[in-house]
Design a protein around this ligand. Sequence first.
Ligand code: ADP
Ligand code: MG
Length: 226
Amino acid sequence: MSKVIEMKDIVKRFYIGQPNELEILHGINLTVNDGEFISIVGASGSGKSTFMNIIGVLDRATSGHYELAGVNVAEAKDSELSQIRNKKIGFVFQSFNLIPRSNAQKNVELPMIYGKVPAKERHERSMELLKLVEMDDRAHHQPNELSGGQKQRVAIARAMATNPDIILADEPTGALDSKTGRVVMDLFHRLNENQKKTIILITHNRELADETGRILTMRDGYLEED
Ligand code: ADP
Ligand code: MG
């Protein structure tokens, strides 16, 4: 099996004004194989989102080694990071983060617009993805015309738009009732099994974490394997 993520001794410090700095992640090691579905649990404030931002190349580690799908992130230039991110990672957030004045289909197309995918291909692929999440009948609805679960399914279709290696989901069911959360979780299982996506799920919900292949616990900036 090939490794899609390899991290060694990842440290993250935030500078909070001279001479103070705050160390949030204290030397994390993590290897994720292609096609795994893993979850990260842990108390609020333990460093999960900080870690996810580093995995997702939204932020850089202060020190340590990080290789993402064969790319050495630590050595990449700032100008290369957004390109790496767009190609390799799809993000799903607790608060959906859809563009309010764009309909479902336009939201799914957005990463492809950034990726300069031709219009015809964009339209076709966005409809395919909306079909995959069973939202094709809502393609022309604005986010405020959709329920929470429907918004999250559109957000998941958008995360798939650039055919990323990894889906990173930070509390994706945190704003949903348990029944709707179930639908979203089933969708992640399908993407993992049928589309062979590697999925990293951050969740407070231990029952959902138990359904994944591997559970890691963030404890005060240390990542522990169960
Ligand atoms: P979690 O997602 O597990 O709830 P976070 O990763 O959001 O935790 O936060 C972990 C710790 O890092 C918190 O104490 C938070 O205040 C701190 N932190 C997060 N981002 C910053 C930042 N930009 N500057 C300073 N401290 C931060
Ligand atoms: Mg968080």
